[in-house]
Write a protein that binds this ligand. Structure first.
Ligand code: HEC
Length: 505
């Protein structure tokens, strides 16, 4: 930080007595940048934007707010408390993002884990940058028990699936035949910033995080150097030396430690997983006897001393709290009873670069909304991190509503290709008698559209769940093959996104 301030006053000194071109403070405003942000219920369908524009401001200019532009006004140091509550944020500075499916799995593969909308804010001061994310949880629950060890009276197993809660968006999703995977059902938020972006993914018209995480061969590079293949969730950048800073908040694992997992993505090819943690310890250890090289497998390695001493195991008292490293003791002979649970993650303080993003969230049981607050030093001095420093602004988007794609052209294409005949005039789909005849596609990304229209149904393994019963009945129930280009898919996606209606409407 020091260097920025010195640099700032240096500029000011030069300017004094000549032309008053720069207010002293302007010299420290961080450079505007593109970034990505998503929330997810089950880790499969990420909702958010792969390319958002972060507009740092000395004085708040709310006219800049747009569905894909988040403003970050300067605040007085100490005016925001990181406690997972939004009371100290000015609501007029927040952006409402109509999150889209960002990966290339059509919704029919997994739950339509879609939040109504995502509210986002940012702010900065001399030393820190702050973010706020608020969203309605797709399954209306806090999902803080990922992989919970559960005793069935005979042996331990990890809780595998959860049923969608009645009334939650997940309950009238396109595909309601699958359960939500317990191991995946952990509410998460993900941010990505470009550290080195030679492929220009974090520029106007770029693919943002879509080029790194779940992009497929059709969209990203040649098939050998493509990000990932069909349905492979490997992650890496596509150009040597390129790097992206990744922040991953996970409800089960981040909440007790008040940090999120700070990591980065590096170069790789094929299905290489270039996702790395920054240096230092993560804030949790998996409580798995196999992983921790404990003698017995298929059971937790540790239990909580506090709960053991209090007699909470083997009793009807189900209040077995989370435990941290200092409270962990190896499993003892206890007469466990059916329904006993032991957390899968053991908390510990994170260290080094892993822990330099502070994050705290609260879940409101009434509105089913999460509020997440994030704070990070503008300059961590770590080469694996994006630094929020003075520099050249990324060019602002020409069309702030749609960074990629031309919505006007998209509307035309939607009509000329007859998409509306099935998916209805606004892409809202047809929801009749409690089920989908034609899926809602307003939240589909260009990648999802392309994947659906370009490949034969048989090849689209990902849509099998939706069509399994229906396809035998009528050919109409199968999405026809339609020839459109990558750009046309993006155009359609950007128009569809602006037609947002609530689920089932
Ligand atoms: C004749 C009816 C019909 C037409 C026309 C049609 N679709 Fe579809 N579409 C379907 C059906 C049925 C499905 C679900 C089964 C499937 O994926 O094959 C579907 C699925 C989709 C999906 C995947 C949804 C998801 O998340 O699972 C997308 C995206 C999509 N269509 C986009 C389009 C676009 C864009 C057009 C116009 C270029 C279009 N569709 C034209 C019937 C149609």
């Amino acid at each position: 930080m020091k260097s920025v301030i010195i640099f700032g006053s240096f500029i000011f000194t030069l300017a004094t007595g000549t032309v008053a071109f720069a207010h002293e403070d302007e010299a420290v405003v961080p450079a505007n940048t593109y970034f990505a942000m998503a929330v997810t219920e089950n880790s499969h369908n990420h909702y958010g934007e792969n390319l958002l524009y972060l507009d740092f401001q000395e004085h708040p200019d709310t006219t800049k707010i747009a569905p894909r532009i988040v403003i970050s006004p300067r605040i007085k140091p100490g005016s925001l408390t990181i406690d997972g509550k939004s009371g100290d944020w000015n609501p007029t500075y927040l952006t409402k993002i109509w999150g889209r499916v960002m990966n290339n799995y059509p919704l029919s593969e997994f739950y339509d884990a879609v939040p109504g909308e995502i509210t986002m804010g940012s702010a900065w001061d001399e030393d820190y940058v702050y973010f706020l994310v608020q969203w309605e949880d797709a399954n209306h629950d806090a999902s803080i028990h990922r992989n919970l060890w559960t005793y069935n009276g005979d042996k331990w197993s990890k809780k595998k699936h959860v049923k969608p809660n009645p009334g939650a968006p997940a309950a009238n999703a396109i595909n309601t035949t699958d359960e939500i995977f317990g191991s995946e059902s952990e509410d998460r938020v993900f941010f990505m910033f470009p550290v080195r972006d030679m492929q220009r993914n974090f520029r106007e018209g770029g693919l943002g995080c879509a080029a790194y995480c779940h992009a497929n061969a059709e969209l990203s590079g040649t098939s050998t150097e493509a990000a990932v293949g069909e349905d492979v969730a490997a992650m890496h950048t596509n150009v040597p030396e390129d790097k992206a800073d990744v922040w991953h908040w996970t409800s089960t694992r981040s909440l007790p430690s008040h940090t999120l997992k700070d990591g980065h993505l590096v170069y790789g090819i094929g299905d290489y997983n270039g996702r790395k943690g920054d240096k230092g310890n993560a804030s949790t250890v998996n409580n798995d006897s196999k992983k921790l090289k404990h003698s017995k497998t298929g059971q937790p390695a540790f239990m909580s001393y506090r709960d053991y001493a209090a007699g909470n195991y083997g009793s009807d008292n189900k209040d077995r709290t989370k435990f941290d490293q200092s409270d962990a003791i190896p499993m003892r002979e206890v007469k466990f009873v059916k329904g006993d649970t032991i957390p899968y993650s053991i908390n510990r303080p994170s260290t080094g670069g892993r822990g330099d993003v502070t994050a705290l969230a609260t879940f409101d049981e009434k509105s089913h909304r999460w509020t997440l607050e994030i704070k990070r030093a503008r300059n961590t001095g770590d080469g694996d991190d994006y630094q929020f420093m003075v520099g050249t602004d990324a060019n602002a988007p020409d069309n702030p509503a749609a960074i990629i794609g031309d919505a006007k052209r998209g509307e035309q294409l939607y009509l000329t290709h007859g998409c509306s005949a099935c998916h209805q005039d606004k892409g809202q789909g047809l929801f009749q008698g409690g089920k989908w005849t034609f899926p809602r596609i307003q939240r589909s990304s260009g990648a999802t559209i392309l994947k659906t229209v370009r490949f034969n149904r048989e090849m689209r393994g990902a849509v099998r769940s939706f069509i399994a019963d229906e396809m035998k009945k009528s050919a109409q129930r199968i999405m026809p093959d339609i020839q459109i280009s990558e750009q046309e898919a993006e155009d359609i996606a950007s128009w569809l996104q602006l037609q947002f209606t609530t689920l089932g409407n």
